[in-house]
Design a protein around this ligand. Structure first.
Ligand code: CTP
Length: 423
């Protein structure tokens, strides 16, 4: 039986911090999955774990500043950067992230990270306040923009009796993220001399000519009374970008859009709706279609009763708002026996176990493909301008794309769907 990381070479950069001890377990998890692991410890890491322990678990020499400066001729930083299929930084401390974000080459770890063109995954771990500091948020955004993948941090009790996000992701979660990253073999944009040269994979002009495409986008508003409603953080940017790209590829596009504050995309028929039930009716009215993409963040529940007049504060405790489930629009269309679009694509906004949930969702809903994305606070996606997506097929296969601007994700998705529909 081949193991998922068979013959993969991982350079594991261990940063300084109490979580460094978990990096030792990560070495074992990666090796169990078939990877060869070469450890590299920063000076800070060596305050918490020894190179000897890392080397013993890896079955390979562990690299440190001291050793490698002395033996640059033996295995230099360039060779370390090249002799790997991926680099994992765990724990990624605030300082290591700052050095990566500014391109500083002040120690062996930072030098290797600057010299590499292979995909990089970081698993941040730090104090809650350091994680939430604007400087770390900026560095994280820069790293994401450079194509660096991020796993965690998790929320929980931490040293110094604090609670919140900052705990290193579990070794098995990091190993899962490595697997996902290595299903995408393209070089990370922003790193190495190939950076930025990759041509945009937009659909060829006319790739969807003669096709009818239906897209849902944005949130829904589920009224509580005439002034209040239940909603979510969806901006509609991803769905609108898909609709725009499909129109640019020559399709006849209907965009059923929940309440958003972004402009209508050019060349698209827009049907504005408020609630999930309105959205379902508008989608059904727009059939038949060749391709249907359900990018809307539909409210799962609505208040059982929408009051006709404003609920007043009367000094007593507020009445609980009873909720009932909304219709599942994607499932309703994917499971139709008449007028089912040939290709039905769902989205999965997940905060945990992104791929497992997406795989379950594809079966439950009956669609052909799921575009999954991580909307946990660490994923930083919902409402933002960039997106990291995983394409999950009915057979469970996964294709992970680098973090890209939502317009670019839209163009690439449309190119992909046009290819699946064929000529
Ligand atoms: N969706 C839909 N109608 C709903 C709920 C979801 O059409 N009432 C669609 C979304 O547009 C998306 C997909 O279903 O394409 C998955 O949405 P998501 O919110 O991730 O999944 P849920 O079905 O709501 O499942 P859960 O909240 O349990 O993750």
């Amino acid at each position: 039986m081949t193991r998922p990381l068979q013959n993969r070479r991982i350079l594991l950069v261990i940063g300084g911090g109490i979580a460094a001890y978990k990096a030792l377990d990560l070495i074992r998890r990666l090796r169990e999955r078939g990877a060869a692991v070469r450890p590299l410890l920063t000076a800070g890491a060596q305050e918490f774990v020894t190179p000897l322990a890392a080397a013993a678990l890896a079955g390979e020499r562990a690299h440190t500043d001291l050793f490698d400066r002395a033996e640059e001729a033996d295995i230099g930083h360039i060779k370390l950067a090249r002799d790997a299929d991926a680099i994992v930084v765990a724990p990624a401390t605030a300082s290591l992230m700052a050095r990566m974000a500014t391109g500083e080459a002040s120690d062996l770890a930072a030098t290797v990270l600057l010299a590499t063109t292979v995909p990089i995954l970081i698993a941040p771990a730090m104090n809650v306040r350091m994680w939430q500091h604007p400087a770390t948020r900026r560095n994280l955004a820069t790293l994401r923009g450079d194509g660096v993948r991020v796993v965690g941090p998790n929320e929980g009790a931490m040293a110094e009796a604090e609670f919140g996000p900052g705990r290193l992701a579990e070794p098995s979660e990091i190993a899962d993220a490595v697997e996902v990253m290595l299903t995408d073999s393209r070089p990370a944009p922003g790193f190495g001399f190939l950076a930025g040269r990759e041509p945009a994979e937009a659909a060829k002009a006319g790739a969807l000519a003669g096709r009818r495409v239906l897209v849902t986008s944005g949130p829904t508003h589920e009224p509580i009374d005439p002034v209040r409603y239940l909603a979510n953080r969806s901006s509609g940017r991803q769905g609108h970008a898909i609709a725009a790209a499909a129109a640019a590829a020559g399709a006849d596009v209907t965009l059923v859009a929940g309440p958003v504050s972004i402009p209508d995309p050019p060349g698209v028929r827009v049907v504005p709706v408020e609630t999930a039930r309105d959205m379902l009716a508008a989608v059904e009215a727009a059939l038949p279609a060749d391709l249907a993409i359900f990018a809307a963040a539909v409210g799962d529940w609505r208040p059982a009763e929408a009051r006709d007049s404003k609920i007043k504060k009367d000094g007593a405790a507020p009445a609980p708002v009873a909720l009932v489930e909304n219709p599942d629009i994607l499932a309703a269309i994917a499971q139709r026996t008449t007028d089912r679009p040939r290709l039905v694509v769902g989205f999965a906004a997940e905060t945990d176990s992104v791929l497992d949930n997406a795989r379950a969702k594809i079966v439950r809903k009956g669609c052909d493909l799921i575009v999954a994305n991580d909307v946990s606070p660490a994923g930083g996606v919902m409402g933002g301008s960039a997106n990291t997506v995983h394409l999950v097929g009915r057979d469970g296969t996964v294709e992970t794309w680098p973090t890209l601007d939502k317009d670019e994700v839209g163009r690439r998705l449309v190119a992909h769907f046009a290819g699946l529909l064929g000529t």
